[in-house]
Design a protein around this ligand. Structure first.
Ligand SMILES: *[C@@H]1O[C@H](CO)[C@@H](O)[C@H](O)[C@H]1NC(C)=O
Ligand SMILES: *[C@@H]1O[C@H](CO)[C@@H](O)[C@H](O)[C@H]1NC(C)=O
Ligand SMILES: *[C@@H]1O[C@H](CO)[C@@H](O)[C@H](O)[C@H]1NC(C)=O
Ligand SMILES: *[C@@H]1O[C@H](CO)[C@@H](O)[C@H](O)[C@H]1NC(C)=O
Length: 349
């Protein structure tokens, strides 16, 4: 166990941890969707992986209902986006798991993004983006299955992200020299509510839109446009960072479109935006301690001192980082090689 003292101006944040970098998996987009997750099986404990759907799903629903939902999902599989479904079927056959269970696992993960995301600009106009992923319910399981994924095309990294084994969507990702995106859950919907949106309206899971945007968008503005307008099954916040000064925003999403876009405004002193799981125009900071402590730490850091290291420290302060924090990622699309994820083995504070 390693102990560190992070001194942020007058705030003394003591954190004891044995944090670690997650395994890296290379997923080749040149392979057919059903085969591309094979490399994941080499870095995870496959027999543990097979137990995940029951562990996670049956903490939401009783096991008899789990069996019943399985039958419903089976008849509705065709309504899911084709690539999404094919990757899930591939994961199921590669790991020897039921594909309806992997679908349910994906929907379970879909509402698991309790977190804090920050996008900030330094005095030289460089953009930094960071996030904590928190989830009290399965924190010990999710720390166990956190992976960094390099999505490869023609032997080059097309985009990258951080996810959980078995989850084909992304809540954290980077398109090098283009933009970075994180997603935070909004209004804690029920996962079965999302299942209904998905099947009735054929909307896309929010984490799948995030991944699709990393794959397809050509620029920060293109990404912002897609993340604001493409229908999704659940309400979320998308936090986006670019490469040019001013390129940073929080998009508050309803399933059918954006409710609000909150951009950086450095000329007026708004050099960072902090989003957790509340609408920014509704909350007073008192409502959300994670947000308040992050803002305080950012104020203390100052725009002239913000960089990936100081942003990581901001994301480590009490109570922005908490016992339920699973991982922290910091990234900057302009320096893509500096992408860094740390799994908080025992959480913080
Ligand atoms: C984490 O994974 C290991 C096997 O890889 C397992 O033995 C352990 O119980 C897991 N922890 C939790 C909380 O599931
Ligand atoms: C931005 O993303 C697009 C689409 O993935 C890609 O073709 C392009 O090369 C990227 N731009 C830069 C500067 O990397
Ligand atoms: C952070 O600084 C801004 C601008 O000086 C100030 O309005 C805000 O109250 C400060 N917030 C906290 C939590 O320190
Ligand atoms: C973190 O903050 C909480 C709430 O203010 C407090 O109860 C706790 O003792 C703090 N933990 C540390 C390590 O300072």
């Amino acid at each position: 166990m390693k102990c560190c003292l992070a001194l942020i101006h007058l705030t003394l944040a003591a954190c004891c941890y044995a944090d670690f970098a997650p395994p890296i998996v290379k997923v080749s987009l040149d392979e057919p969707p059903k085969e591309r997750w094979a490399p994941l099986m080499e870095v995870i404990d496959v027999s543990y992986f097979r137990t995940l759907p029951s562990l996670i799903i049956e903490s939401f629903v009783p096991s008899w209902l789990h069996q019943a939902i399985r039958l419903v999902i089976e008849t509705l599989e065709d309504y899911l986006p084709q690539d999404y479904l094919s990757e899930i079927q591939g994961l199921a056959s590669l790991s020897g798991t039921d594909s309806t269970d992997i679908i349910l696992l994906n929907f379970g993960y879909e509402i698991s993004a309790y977190c804090t995301s920050i996008v900030a600009q330094d005095t030289n106009g460089r953009i930094y983006h960071g996030r904590n992923m928190d989830f009290p319910l399965f924190r010990d399981i999710l720390r166990n299955v956190t992976v960094d994924i390099l999505f490869m095309k023609d032997a080059k990294v097309a985009y990258r992200g951080t996810s959980y084994a078995g989850y084909v969507g992304l809540w954290t990702g980077q398109s090098a020299n283009n933009f970075t995106i994180t997603g935070n859950a909004r209004l804690a919907g029920s996962w079965w509510g999302s299942v209904i949106w998905a099947f009735i309206c054929k909307f896309t899971p929010a984490s799948w839109l995030l991944r699709h945007t990393l794959a397809e968008a050509a620029s920060y503005h293109d990404a912002l446009e897609r993340l604001s307008n493409v229908p999704i099954i659940n309400s979320v916040y998308y936090i986006v960072g670019g490469v040019q000064p001013g390129e940073g925003a929080v998009v508050t999403r309803d399933p059918w479109g954006s409710a609000d876009v909150w951009s950086l405004d450095p000329p007026h002193g708004h050099w960072f935006r902090v989003e957790s799981n509340k609408d920014h125009w509704k909350t007073t900071p008192e409502d959300d301690e994670r947000r308040k402590s992050a803002i305080k730490a950012l104020n203390a850091t100052g725009q002239e001192n913000i960089n990936l290291d100081s942003l990581f420290k901001v994301l480590s302060v009490n109570v922005t980082c908490r016992r339920s924090t699973i991982y922290t990622t910091v990234m900057s699309a302009g320096t893509p090689e500096k992408y860094r994820t740390v799994v908080r083995e025992h959480g913080c504070n």
